[in-house]
Design a protein around this ligand. Structure first.
Ligand code: NIG
Ligand code: FE
Length: 416
C-alpha cells in the first residue's frame, strides 16, 4: 500500500521516550508518503519518492493533503465493564464527591455489581461496542484493566474478555490486573483478608495463565494507602507482572514517590503529584500517564502539573481512562482537546504523548507508536490540513481512515 500526498505526516520518529524539549518534535514531514508491505512500514519519505514502488504496488491512497499520524495508543482504560452510571451525574452536580459516592456503595462498587452479573458473552458484546468506537476515533492499541469484578471469577472473566477481543477485534489489547481497585463489600471489615486473597490466590493464577502483563493499584485516601499498594504491587512484580499505579488522582498520598521507589513502568492520573514525586519519577524514568478528561469530568478544577513533569524530564503519555464513572468516553480526540485546553500542551506534544510515549507506557515502543521503517503499519488519516487544525476544530470525529496492520479498517469515519 502506498499513501501519497500527505500534507502533514506526523512520524513521531526518533529517540524514545520523548523527553523535555524533544516532546515538541513530532518528526513532521510535509508532502510525505508511506509505503507498507505485509502489515509493516517499509518506506517513509517526502515528495514523489514512492514512485519507485509503482507499478507492482498499485494500491495507492491519495491523502489529498490531509494529516497522517501513527495509530493512536490508549495506554490507560477500564473499557471492560457492564452497565452505566448516569445516575451519578445529579449527585455530582449536588456536590457529592467521588470518594463519598464510592463509600456509599456507588461508584466503582455499583459497576462491580453489574459486571459480576454479566456473562462473559454479554461483557464481551458490551466491550466490543466500545472498541468499535475507539477504532473509529483512531485508536489502534489499548491497555485494558480488570478491577470491576474484585472476586476471582469476575476478574478472570474480565481478563478473558481482553484475551478474546485481542484476537477477534482489530485493536490490540494489553492486559492489566487491577484487583486492588476497591475493597469489595464481602471484605468490608477485612481489608487484610482481601489483600491476602489478591496476593495468594489471584496473582499466582494470572501469572501462571499469562492473563496480564501489568499489575495496578488505586492508591488514594479512602482506597489503598501506599503501604498496602506497595505490598500488592511487589507481589505482582515477584510473579512477573510489571507495575502501574493509579497515583495521587485526588489527593497527594505519595503515589508518585512510590512509583519511583518501585521502579514502576508508569504512574497514572497524578493531578496531585508533589515535586518530590515528580523528581522520583524522572530519576527512575517512570512514565506519567495523564488523563485530562477525568480531571474535567470529576470537576476537580485542576489538571495534572504536566508542564512541570515535562521540564523535570518525566516521560509523559496521555490516555482516555475510558470508564463508566470518571471518564465515559472512548475518544482519544476528547483527550486531545483537554490536553490542549486543560494541560496546555502543544499539538506536537499531544500527538507524541498518545503515540510513541504511550507505546513506552505499555512496553510496546519497539513495535508501534511511530511511523518508521519496520514498525507496524498502524496509521490514522485525519481530515485536517495540519496538527494545529486537528486541535483547533474540536468536538467532532476528524478521522478519515484508520489502517491497522496494513489494512483499511475505518473509511470516512465508519468501520469497514
Ligand atoms: O481511573 N480511579 C480509579 N479508577 C477509575 C474510575 C473508575 C470508576 O469510577 O468506575 C479512574 O478514574
Ligand atoms: Fe483509571
Amino acid at each position: 500500500m502506498i499513501i501519497k500526498n500527505i500534507g502533514c505526516l506526523v512520524t513521531c520518529a526518533g529517540d524514545f521516550p520523548k523527553l523535555k524539549d524533544n516532546l515538541k518534535d513530532a518528526g513532521i514531514i510535509e508532502n510525505g508518503y508511506i509505503v507498507t508491505k505485509n502489515e509493516i512500514i517499509i518506506d517513509v519519505g517526502h515528495g514523489d519518492g514512492y514512485k519507485k514502488y509503482l507499478p507492482e504496488d498499485d494500491f495507492v491512497i491519495d491523502a489529498e493533503g490531509k494529516t497522517v499520524t501513527p495509530g493512536l495508543i490508549d495506554s490507560h482504560t477500564h473499557v471492560v465493564y457492564a452497565g452505566s452510571r448516569e445516575f451519578e451525574l445529579p449527585l455530582k452536580l449536588n456536590n457529592m464527591n467521588y470518594i463519598d459516592i464510592l463509600n456509599a456503595g456507588g461508584g466503582i462498587l455499583s459497576t462491580v455489581e453489574n459486571t459480576r452479573k454479566a456473562s462473559e458473552y454479554e461483557l464481551e458484546l458490551e466491550t466490543k461496542k466500545r472498541l468499535d468506537l475507539m477504532l473509529s476515533h483512531g485508536t489502534t492499541t489499548i491497555e485494558s484493566k480488570s478491577g470491576y469484578g474484585l472476586d476471582f471469577d469476575t476478574e478472570i472473566k474480565m481478563l478473558k474478555v481482553n484475551q478474546n477481543l485481542n484476537t477477534k477485534h482489530p485493536i490490540d489489547i494489553v492486559s492489566t490486573y487491577l484487583g486492588a481497585h476497591a475493597v469489595p463489600k464481602e471484605y468490608k471489615t477485612d481489608r487484610n483478608g482481601y489483600m491476602d486473597f489478591i496476593i495468594k490466590e489471584v496473582i499466582p493464577y494470572i501469572a501462571e495463565n499469562n492473563l496480564a502483563t501489568f499489575i495496578d493499584c488505586f492508591c488514594e485516601n479512602g482506597v489503598f494507602d501506599t503501604n498496602e499498594a506497595s505490598k500488592i504491587l511487589l507481589a505482582g512484580k515477584k510473579a512477573g507482572l510489571k507495575i502501574k499505579i493509579h497515583a495521587d488522582e485526588i489527593e497527594s498520598v505519595g503515589g508518585a514517590e512510590l512509583a519511583g521507589k518501585l521502579n514502576a513502568t508508569s504512574a497514572e492520573h497524578l493531578v496531585a503529584a508533589t515535586d518530590a514525586g515528580i523528581k522520583a519519577m524522572a530519576e527512575n524514568k517512570v512514565c506519567a500517564v495523564l488523563l485530562p478528561t477525568t480531571s474535567f469530568y470529576l470537576m476537580l478544577n485542576k489538571f495534572a502539573p504536566a508542564r512541570k513533569m515535562i521540564e523535570a524530564g518525566v516521560p509523559v503519555a496521555l490516555a482516555t481512562d475510558c470508564n463508566p464513572g470518571t471518564s465515559p468516553t472512548e475518544s482519544l480526540q476528547s483527550t486531545m482537546t483537554f490536553a490542549c485546553f486543560g494541560l496546555k500542551l502543544l499539538p506536537e506534544e499531544i500527538i507524541n504523548a498518545m503515540t510513541i510515549n504511550a507505546a513506552y507506557a505499555i512496553g510496546m515502543e519497539d513495535e508501534i507508536g511511530s511511523i518508521e521503517v519496520n514498525k507496524k503499519a498502524d496509521l490514522v488519516i485525519f481530515d485536517a490540513k495540519n496538527i494545529n487544525y486537528l486541535l483547533y476544530h474540536f468536538g467532532i470525529n476528524a478521522v478519515n481512515k484508520v489502517i491497522k496492520n496494513g489494512s483499511i479498517v475505518v473509511e470516512n469515519g465508519k468501520l469497514v
